[in-house]
Design a protein around this ligand. Structure first.
Ligand code: GLP
Length: 249
């Protein structure tokens, strides 16, 4: 590793996953309500579901997301946006269709077409939007962020990647019976993620405690992609007591 300043995340530990979701939703809402053009980076997985539910409730109570532009971290490769396992489908169901975001403002990388072209276009669209102001981020049990699996370079950009078997097994529950989890995905790179001005990392449950420990209590290394977050000066880690078990921050 080259000599670079290392930072600790601002840690908030709460009693329950519900309290975590409420806190993270509050942070996103404050961000959205105080900017003319809020640009969000968004994540999928089980963990953010309760956050999206709270954002949808805030919309029903009067908050507008019409000025928001968002960029999802990743998508399975080979799946069209209508496939029930696709993150595009997840995002429409849990967020885009629950709020008043404008058509075309919720970007999800395309899992179809030429991956190199799509990756370049995705980076260009993020740049054209002025970069990501607040990135909502989860963490995989193996320390992945987005779909940057262990071994990913810290300066990696949006690209096609091969999924770890452990990731495919962990995500099989999100696919209809009898359908296979794709072997490849398109993901923002670690370098892309680190360019977000602010990162809100959310983790709940004991199953995430080892990954968090590896991310923040060992020197940054490619073996744990989330450890790259030590290079970012503005990471807010919001987790429950289960996930926080191994942390002494
Ligand atoms: C998925 C996503 C990640 C997510 C992670 C954890 O594979 N690509 O962005 O953070 O896995 O998901 P969960 O919240 O379901 O544990």
């Amino acid at each position: 590793m080259t000599q670079r300043a290392l930072y600790r995340p601002a840690l908030v530990v709460l009693e329950s996953p519900e309290a975590v979701a409420a806190e993270v939703a509050q942070r996103i809402l404050r961000f959205v309500e105080t900017r003319a053009h809020p640009v969000l980076g968004l994540a999928t997985g089980r963990t953010p579901l309760a956050v999206y539910a709270r954002l949808a409730a805030a919309h029903r109570a009067g908050t507008s997301f019409a000025a928001v532009e968002s960029f999802n971290l990743d998508e399975y490769f080979g799946l069209g946006p209508a496939h029930p396992g696709a993150f595009a489908c997840y995002m429409r169901r849990h967020f885009f269709e629950q709020v008043d975001m404008l058509a075309g403002h919720g970007h999800v990388p395309s899992g179809l077409g030429d991956p190199a072209l799509e990756a370049r276009a995705y980076e260009a669209t993020i740049a054209a939007a002025g970069g990501i102001g607040l990135q909502l981020l989860g963490i995989g049990r193996n320390g992945h962020i987005g779909f940057n699996e262990p071994g990913s370079e810290f300066d990696s950009r949006t690209r096609i990647v091969t999924l770890d078997e452990s990731t495919r097994r962990a995500n099989a529950k999100d696919f209809p019976e009898g359908t296979e989890v794709p072997r490849e995905a398109i993901t923002m790179g670690i370098g892309t993620i680190l360019e977000a001005r602010r990162i809100v990392l959310v983790a709940t449950g004991e199953a995430k405690s080892e990954a968090l420990h590896a991310a923040f209590h060992r020197p940054p290394s490619r073996g744990c992609p989330a450890s790259a977050l030590q290079l970012h000066p503005r990471v807010e880690l919001v987790c429950d007591v289960g996930a926080a078990q191994g942390l002494r921050l």
